[in-house]
Design a protein around this ligand. Structure first.
Ligand SMILES: Nc1nc2c(ncn2[C@@H]2O[C@H](COP(=O)(O)OP(=O)(O)O)[C@@H](O)[C@H]2O)c(=O)[nH]1
Ligand SMILES: [Mg+2]
Length: 187
């Protein structure tokens, strides 16, 4: 039997971006058409395991409320192999704040080899995701210096019910994270 590959990632983002909903859908392997039941705001942190194609990804979500940002680094243990940063892709107005908060965090606490996935969530509420992806890609240019041995990728996803997993884009996102961590490990 093939060995399970254990990985650990940090999951950050402003409050209400959809972090808990995303990890709940993935960790409970919910059918795409099923709605994730209402989730409570994450106060402190929550760890969930995602099982996907031979990987077990331990996902550390830290609450996104403003007063919690200064504590994010505490969860950045040496074992965190990457960062998923979720933004509300349906709310262009809060993108500058979301990216500023990310920049401030990376400036102090980035791991130089991190793969960073910027995940524009709630694409079900957006008619065309290109605009938001381009905006995010432009904002990430200045973040590359914090991860000189890593990489940054922008993708869109949705944790809302959809006809198929492909429409939600969550597994594509996980695959990018898995591949990028493997690359860092020389696999
Ligand atoms: N339409 C839509 N709503 C979403 C999506 N993801 C999360 N939400 C909603 O956004 C709100 C905040 O979600 P939550 O997971 O608690 O965000 P968190 O604070 O980042 O953990 C909840 O009401 C969710 O139902 C999505 O992809 N599409
Ligand atoms: Mg949460």
């Amino acid at each position: 039997m093939e060995e399970i590959k254990h990985r650990q990632v940090l999951l950050l983002g402003l409050e209400s971006a959809g972090k808990t909903t995303i990890v709940t859908r993935l960790s409970e392997q919910m059918p795409p058409g099923e709605a994730v039941p209402g989730v409570e705001p994450t106060n402190g942190f929550s760890v969930k395991s995602l099982h996907h194609e031979g990987y077990q990804i331990e996902c550390w979500e830290v609450g996104g409320a403003d007063h919690l940002h200064k504590h994010w680094w505490r969860y950045k243990r040496r074992t965190q192999q990457g960062l998923i940063y979720v933004v509300d892709g349906s709310d262009v107005g809060q993108i500058p704040k979301a990216m500023k908060v990310l920049e401030d965090f990376l400036q102090e606490h980035a791991t130089p080899s991190w793969p960073i996935l910027i995940l524009a969530n709630k694409k079900d509420l957006v008619s065309d995701t290109k605009e938001i992806e381009e905006l995010l890609s432009t904002s990430t240019e200045q973040l590359k210096k914090f991860v000189p041995f890593g990489s940054i990728k922008v993708m869109s996803c949705s944790a809302a019910p959809a006809p198929s997993p492909a429409d939600q884009g969550l597994y594509d996102a996980l695959e990018w994270v898995e591949r990028s961590i493997d690359y860092n490990m020389g696999l």
